[in-house]
Ligand binder design. Structure first.
Ligand code: ADP
Ligand code: MG
Length: 260
């Protein structure tokens, strides 16, 4: 007899989520699930809702209808004005599960590299300083920047700053790591070093990753699944090989032709 493990519960589940800014519907009855450890790339035209999905996951945006579950916590509570928002306690719990890396690195300019990485774990996880610093140096080593720990962000290249931002996100030990166009603001010669770090993280079995990128070759290489966004919905999704070589939808084909 072989033991067959039951399929894991999704770590992320959007159920019928609608998100509006005023009269503009940005996510339209949106459904999306991600399995623990899965690496998913979101592609699609500008304005199709990709960043909004990540921002909702990061609890930076409320939404109007539907339900979001993250790591078994439901983010779905009416606030009395027709919008949904979890309680502060739930929001804090959700935030400890999720880390995000933005296009603009958003490091604290007045803090050294090391302090940028230790600040949140010290304040939020309540680690002792020695332990937090030891771990921060380990993470800086992972992104190849241990020797820059006493530098300030302005003394680093964009690629180095983004690698610090990745170390900072990892310092919170997130189960889910979100990347929103992490290389779009970089000079072309600096893109490779950041993609290299993301590639090494993609090998971490337990880490769930959602990545918005225009680096299609990279997406094909690291993702388990590619989702094509169009007008606030996932118009097509599947195995990267399939999406990039024989998409079914005309919109996906047009989009890929425009970026490849
Ligand atoms: P993408 O990341 O796919 O380019 P976004 O999720 O950023 O798309 O945006 C989706 C739509 O929502 C766009 O039309 C954008 O202009 C609009 N939008 C995003 N943020 C705001 C906001 N804070 N206020 C009003 N409209 C917004
Ligand atoms: Mg975006």
């Amino acid at each position: 007899m072989t033991n067959i493990a039951p399929p894991a519960e999704p770590i992320i589940r959007f159920s019928n989520v609608t998100k509006r800014f005023g009269t503009l519907t940005v996510l339209d009855d949106f459904n999306f699930t991600v399995a623990p450890g899965e690496k998913v790339t979101l592609i699609g035209p500008s304005g199709s809702g990709k960043s909004t999905v990540l921002r909702i996951l990061m609890t930076l945006e409320p939404f109007q209808e539907g339900k979001l579950e993250l790591g078994g916590i439901s983010y779905h509570e009416p606030n009395g004005r027709g919008a949904f928002r979890a309680s502060e306690r739930h929001l804090r719990q959700i935030r400890t599960h999720v880390g995000m890396v933005f296009q603009s690195f958003n490091l604290f300019p007045h803090m050294t590299v090391l302090r940028n990485v230790v600040e949140a774990p010290l304040a939020v996880l309540g680690l002792a300083r020695a332990e937090a610093e030891c771990r921060a140096v380990e993470l800086l080593r992972l992104v190849g920047l241990a020797d820059k720990k006493d530098h300030y962000p302005s003394q680093l290249s964009g690629g180095q700053q983004q690698r610090v931002a990745i170390a900072r996100a990892l310092a919170m030990r997130p189960r889910v790591l979100l990347f929103d166009e992490p290389t779009s603001a970089l000079d072309p010669q600096l893109v490779g070093e950041v993609l290299g770090v993301i590639r090494s993280l993609a090998h971490e079995h337990d880490l769930t990753m959602l990545l918005v990128t225009h680096e299609m070759r990279f997406a094909r290489e690291v993702s388990d699944r590619v989702c094509f966004f169009d007008k606030g919905r996932i118009a097509e999704q599947g195995d990267p090989e399939k999406i990039f070589t024989s998409p079914e939808q005309a919109r996906t084909r047009e989009f890929l032709q425009s970026v490849l």
